[in-house]
Design a protein around this ligand. Structure first.
Ligand code: A3P
Ligand code: MG
Ligand code: MG
Length: 366
């Protein structure tokens, strides 16, 4: 079995926007500072503005970097869903369950011609579970780190460090009122460690497809309400200063990824730290996620369109649901610069390593 989804002509995705459901958190989990999985919100962080002028390169030599070379599949997401189902006594219903990162890749495919991806999918009890194909991820990471920077330019590893350093400069482990001035002012000297994460598991919907997505959220603006009302989540991003029209176009393209990533989990605010070419933090901009598509549209450069992203996602998800209808493991692939997304069966039975035995056994009993 093999099918292709044509991305072009993208004009067919213009027009009235497919309905979307506001994402609602159903559960969460944390990784602590040793990356141990915890079924709670202990790694939630609070936003407090950083001091401008900071050197984002400082501390690169002591960076405690998470080793992400192993394949985690959907394990943490499945554990969290299982615990949620044990608590409520009923199954969470969704057409598709995956990491937010996979959904971001699918949804942005309409306007990002260069990016490729490979995912594995399996159908179980009427739900399609999608994971990243780990070999593909390792290959693209290796390709990226092999890129030799221009003389005098920072390495890919350094630029990636800037993002984590920026997070360290912006975050508090507790609300502001419980945090000392020494802590706030000393954030520049903290050792950067990217092992801890807070992950939100949300129920959402695009068009006719109900989704459960898990993804990291960087921080909360104030506090997380205990009554289940929407959370003032904050996404942190770094970006190069915009010096000319060409930079503006590059930034607009980045904004699409920022917007999709935050839109999918219902993160209402994005804080962008603009930096110099050498990684000096110059300026902070607070951007309302919902305002991004309109701003980009009014700028008139035509790099992307939010409604079209949603309509594209809606159609693509329906295609996946009408293709992945049998047992086994399926590959969802887009080759770099390819005009099609291919879906084909790679194993005829079972669920590969996408689902854990623990999850399958729990679900069969439920
Ligand atoms: P920036 O994107 O702000 O530079 P996220 O923004 O998704 O919370 O990710 C936090 C940081 O992780 C990023 O910060 C970046 O530094 C790093 N990062 C995320 N995805 C990456 C990737 N594919 N390759 C290298 N670094 C990445
Ligand atoms: Mg993050
Ligand atoms: Mg971030």
């Amino acid at each position: 079995m093999s099918s292709s989804f044509e991305i072009q002509p993208i004009g067919r995705f213009a027009g009235p926007c497919a309905p979307v459901k506001r994402p609602r958190e159903i559960a969460c989990f944390s990784y602590d500072d040793k990356h141990q999985f915890l079924l709670d919100d202990s790694s939630i962080r609070y936003y407090y503005p950083p001091t401008l002028g900071a050197d984002l390169s400082k501390g690169f030599d002591t960076f405690e970097k998470l080793d992400d070379s192993g394949d985690d599949h959907l394990d943490s997401l499945l554990k969290t869903i299982m615990a949620h189902e044990q608590k409520t006594g009923s199954r969470v219903e969704a057409n598709i369950i995956t990491w937010r990162g996979m959904m971001t890749k699918l949804m942005s495919a309409i306007f990002s011609d260069r990016d490729g991806f490979e995912m594995n999918a399996t159908l179980f009890q009427g739900t399609i579970f999608i994971e990243e194909n780990h070999e593909y991820k390792l290959k693209s990471q290796a390709k990226q780190s092999q890129q030799v920077p221009q003389p005098g330019r920072p390495s890919q590893d350094m630029m990636s460090f800037w993002g984590y350093k920026f997070e360290t400069l912006c975050l508090l482990p507790d609300i502001w009122a419980n945090t000392s001035r020494e802590y706030i002012e000393g954030r520049e000297n903290l050792i950067v460690n990217n092992h801890a994460q807070y992950c939100s598991v949300v129920k959402t919907g695009i068009g006719n497809t109900a989704l459960i997505l898990g993804g990291e959220v960087d921080a909360v603006w104030d506090v997380k309400p205990s009554d289940g009302s929407p959370v003032n989540w904050v996404e942190l991003k770094t970006s190069a200063e915009i010096r000319n029209d060409r930079d503006m176009v590059t930034f607009e393209r980045k904004l699409m990824k920022f917007w999709i990533q935050s839109f999918l989990l219902g993160v209402p605010k994005i804080i962008v730290g603009f930096r110099t070419q050498d990684g000096i933090l110059k300026r902070i901009e607070e951007i309302d996620t919902a305002s991004i598509p309109g701003t980009v549209k009014r700028a008139g450069k035509g790099t992307w369109d939010g409604n079209m992203c949603i309509n594209f996602a809606s159609t693509l998800l329906e295609f996946l649901r009408s293709t992945i209808t049998e047992d086994g493991v399926w590959r969802i692939r887009r080759r770099e610069r390819s005009p099609v997304i291919e879906v084909f069966q790679i194993e005829e039975a079972g669920h590969g390593e996408i689902l854990t035995d623990e999850f399958i056994n729990w679900r069969i009993k439920l």
